[in-house]
Design a protein around this ligand. Structure first.
Ligand code: ASP
Length: 357
């Protein structure tokens, strides 16, 4: 009996002590907020694919790096000044959309009919609000229209003419199709059409090794702002020679874009059909939320195991609520850049480690 009493007292003492330790390690919400108050970060991509050194001459390589740097610095400046993750994402993407180097906005690839059809989406991790547009032809910056769908309509996704009518209500300028013409993209389409005629290759560009290697350039951005809010956005022209109003993963919330303050923000690039089927962006968030994986492990699992298991390729950029970042791809390269609250800037193109600038 005396032994039993002794054991009970010992147990009570130990649990009391544990309780005390637990209390001292639990931080209240204000402490957490104060510690994270100056944390922020941004990551951008300009598409993933078989980007090999021999495909880019020095001046083209420099042009890509310069544009990536300009976009990441612009977004970073907004975050540094206390701006929102949503504003950082749209501003950084606008710079890439306005450049002919990337397959989005100005530099979009051509459809089989020689037209352009642009897709974009954006998501706010604070409230899980989202907006998307698909198949728009006259909008200079589709990411802005996606943001307006999120903020100024009761819908999440608008398509084609309807999306453009919505844009007209908001006084968007309708661009002439000539704005989107670039020689490089036009020649890519001609090459695929020629191959189609010769019937030596399958019809869709992503089944054609040459074009598959030349189609990259979808753009995306993820950001964490000083208020602890995450956001993600993606904008693309899709795939060269696409037909039947094909839509890829980029405008699909959960596939090409996802943000949730509880986990992370993700923007994807790659072979859209596989990214839709793998629900790539949401799966990374879900692996963190339900399985407790770190951002890095979740991104690796999806990009190096799940997507290739179906036969797809591509990559993602992501940032989590603590500012950790991931830039994973299973292709030879991915145009990418990041910057954090410490001012550390990285820019990368090929699969070697990012260059610290
Ligand atoms: N994911 C885009 C699409 O399938 C293309 C890309 O990222 O290169 O439309």
């Amino acid at each position: 009996m005396r032994n039993l009493t002794f054991l009970v007292i010992l147990f009570l003492l130990i649990s009391c002590n544990n309780d005390k330790n637990n209390h001292s390690s639990i931080k209240n919400i204000d402490q957490v907020h104060a510690e994270n108050a100056n944390n922020y970060g941004i990551v951008i991509h300009g598409g993933a694919g078989t980007i090999l050194k021999e495909y880019l001459n020095d001046s083209l390589e420099n042009a890509y790096k310069t544009k990536l740097k300009e976009a990441v610095l612009a977004g970073n400046e907004i975050l540094k000044n206390g701006g929102t993750a949503i504003d950082a994402v749209t501003n950084a993407i606008n710079i890439l959309e306005n450049s002919p180097l990337f397959n989005a906005g100005k530099g979009a690839v051509f459809t089989n009919k020689g037209t352009i059809e642009l897709d974009a989406s954006i998501m706010d991790g604070k409230n899980l609000n989202a907006g998307a547009v698909a198949g728009v032809r006259k909008i200079k910056n589709p990411i802005n229209l996606a943001k307006d769908v999120m903020l100024k309509s009761e819908h999440v996704m608008l398509y084609g003419d309807g999306a453009e009518t919505f844009a007209q209500h908001l006084n968007y300028k309708m661009m002439d199709t000539s704005y989107f013409y670039t020689k490089k993209r036009y020649e890519s389409l001609q090459r695929v059409l020629k191959k189609e005629k010769e019937k030596t290759k399958a019809s869709m560009s992503f089944q054609d090794s040459y074009i598959k290697d030349a189609k990259f350039g979808t753009v995306g951005c993820v950001a964490l702002d000083k208020q602890g809010n995450l956001a993600a956005g993606t904008s693309t022209g899709g795939m060269t020679n696409k037909r039947f109003n094909r839509i890829g993963d980029s405008p699909i919330i959960g596939a090409g874009t996802y943000a949730n303050n509880a986990t992370c923000a993700v923007s994807a690039t790659g072979w859209g059909e596989f990214f839709i089927r793998s629900v790539v962006a949401y799966d990374i968030s879900a692996l963190m939320e339900y399985k407790g994986l770190s951002l890095q492990d979740a991104a690796k699992e999806v990009i190096h195991n799940k997507v290739p298991a179906l036969g797809g390729d591509g990559g993602i950029i992501a940032i989590d609520k603590d500012g950790n970042i991931a830039m994973e791809f299973n292709t030879a390269g991915m145009y990418r850049a990041s910057m954090n609250a410490k001012g550390e800037l990285t820019i990368g193109i090929y699969s070697e480690n990012e260059i610290n600038q």
